[in-house]
Ligand binder design. Structure first.
Ligand SMILES: *Cc1c(COP(=O)(O)O)cnc(C)c1O
Length: 415
């Protein structure tokens, strides 16, 4: 493999035209689209339309005329196509953190009706912290003797399932290592043990194929600002299998989830189906921009996306191990393609400083505790040559020890 063969591979890449759909500054190699996707070119025009026309001229009439009111479910139906859900099963709303709270409360309600003795919520110690924190908060708030139990690795899941487990909350792809659960097989194990499952798809959606109905999952949540390029802080999504739609209440019973929101009745009655997961007035500007990234993702063939993601990841791993072999880098992402998502992580004892030095050279990835250099592989706007160039920057920063400077050891508020 050399730079010429990378250029040749890029010329034959069916996804190459998607690069023009994104605004990426010159002199930047962007390997952080798993954390904040770049701006779709069309987002600026969409923002101008929403702010200048729909808000500016339309004013309050736009709730109807621009169809603002139905945005959560219209975008939800588009999202459903990406995750193997059906129409009316998904809404785009709130944050992933809040959606975990709502779905976990709903799932516990269903589990309790089936078998009140089950009191364990099972998750993974290495799950994204907010998933664990919000679970702790819910347990304390409902105060009904629930317990959060944590497994230490995906291999421990089957052994940890038992008659005391009510709900299992897992991230499909691990935010740090990129390790991926087999969604269908794990869902089957969880159901066989009599529990319900909530999948957090934050690091999956837009990057790896997901088929929630095919896997017969119960609930799912996820972000739109990562691989779906919805914009900083863009609203998240929430999916519920149709069999649960009218089966439960969720505790954040706001007026947008009421059966008749504009009847202004004094008491809550949940809307039929997924709508009951809406709480209050939605962030219309952010929500509108989500559609730009979603529409791009829907045009890409998911088979091509997965194939290229694995191709680029394999290339990245091979080049780093070959060209940076005398440096203390340890791959923490599974080598088995079936067991990883779309980012690649290496540990390095000076990981933080190394990443700051890479960013100063235009290679943007990110750093995660402990010592982890994380590189997002995003097939819609990265190619083989980008991977080659990124590894050359990494090699140079390590060979020259350019990272060994006080300026690169300073921790910013966001790492
Ligand atoms: C990024 C991420 C989140 C983020 O949640 P927010 O509410 O958007 O801050 C949650 N869970 C996982 C697994 C993530 O990777």
């Amino acid at each position: 493999m050399n730079r010429e063969s990378c250029l040749a591979a890029d010329r034959n890449d069916p996804l190459a035209p998607f690069r023009d759909e994104f605004l990426l500054p010159d002199c930047v190699l962007y390997f952080d689209g798993n954390s904040l996707g770049p701006r779709p070119v069309g987002a600026l025009e969409r923002a101008t339309t929403v702010v200048a026309d729909e808000w500016g001229s339309g004013l309050i009439r736009s709730w109807n005329d621009a169809d603002w009111f139905s945005l959560p479910s219209r975008l939800g139906d588009k999202m459903s196509h990406l995750i193997g859900g059906g129409d009316g099963e998904t809404v785009v709303t709130d944050t992933t953190t809040l959606n975990i709270f709502k779905t976990l409360a709903a799932a516990l309600g269903i589990a309790e009706k089936r078998d009140p003795a089950r009191r364990v919520i099972l998750s993974e110690r290495d799950n994204f912290p907010t998933d664990l924190y919000i679970t702790e908060g819910l347990i304390e708030f409902v105060d009904r003797g629930y317990e959060l139990r944590l497994i230490d690795s995906p291999a421990d899941l089957a052994g940890a399932l038992g008659p005391e487990v009510a709900v299992v909350l897992l991230s499909h792809v691990n935010y740090r290592t990129g390790a991926m659960f087999d969604l269908a097989a794990s869902t089957r194990d969880i159901h066989d043990a009599g529990a319900l499952v909530i999948w957090d798809l934050a690091h999956s959606v837009g990057a790896v194929p997901v088929d929630l109905v095919g896997a017969d999952a119960d609930f799912a949540v996820g972000c739109t600002y990562k691989y779906l390029n919805g914009g900083p802080g863009a609203p998240a999504f929430l999916w519920v299998h149709a069999r649960h739609h009218d089966d439960f209440r969720q505790p954040l019973s706001g007026w947008w989830g009421h059966a008749r929101p504009f009847a202004m009745e004094p008491s809550y009655e949940p809307h039929a189906g997924i709508q009951r997961f809406l709480c209050g007035t939605q962030p219309v500007v952010s929500l509108s921009l989500v559609e730009c990234g979603l529409d791009i993702a829907l045009r890409a063939d998911p088979v091509d996306v997965r194939r290229k993601s694995l191709e680029l990841s394999d290339l990245f791993i091979a080049l780093v191990e070959e060209r940076c072999s005398r440096h203390p880098l340890t791959l923490i992402t599974p080598r088995d393609p079936a067991a990883r998502g779309s980012h690649v992580s290496f540990r390095h004892p000076e990981g933080y400083a190394v990443m700051q030095a890479l960013i100063a050279r235009g290679l943007i990835g990110d750093y995660r505790e402990p010592e982890v250099l994380r590189f997002g592989i995003t097939p819609l706007y990265l190619g083989h040559t980008d991977v080659w160039d990124a590894v050359e920057i990494l090699r140079d920063v390590l060979d020259s020890e350019a990272w060994d400077s006080p300026a690169f050891r300073n921790r910013a508020a966001v790492t």
